[in-house]
Design a protein. Sequence first.
Length: 189
Amino acid sequence: MTGANKKVSLMKTMIAVAALAAASAIAAPALAQSALGPISGYANLGYAYTHSDPINLSAVEGRLGARTTYLGVEGQGNIGVTDDTDSGVKVKLRHEFSGYAVGFLPIKDTGAELFARVGYGNSAFTAKAAGVTVKDSFDSWNFGGGAQYFFNHGPNGVRADYTRHEFTDNGAGHADVWSISYVRKFGGQ
């Protein structure tokens, strides 16, 4: 095979691979939707209580997510609303942002479902003592679960969950977060 023929053959192969990739990209969402169920969205707004011995903090919490019947992804943001003091140091959560993969288990004909989630986040804090203010943030691997219930199988519901934050920074420890929120589903389900 000559050099020109090799180039033409390589070009034909690349065109075929590109066409196959394009067809796969177009078909994948339709196949995923038929295999996993309809895709819908949801939003949460609620209250979160954080305990990281000896500090206890509160936050307003919001989430946005997309899901099928059993799998989803969600983004979460918290804004601190209270502070706590330990040994003369006042600590407040400024904000927390995280993303999660979520698995759902609907409980047949009840409007309720269980879920488990795992993700990664960043929490930013302010600490004040003796007129000195220090701001710092910590990354964490987060995991937990809970339950939610939709009134009359409709789009409105309530969600309660627990999430453990394992901070990755050396010696930063962990935090336990309990939350309760209003849930609103939209589209698909």
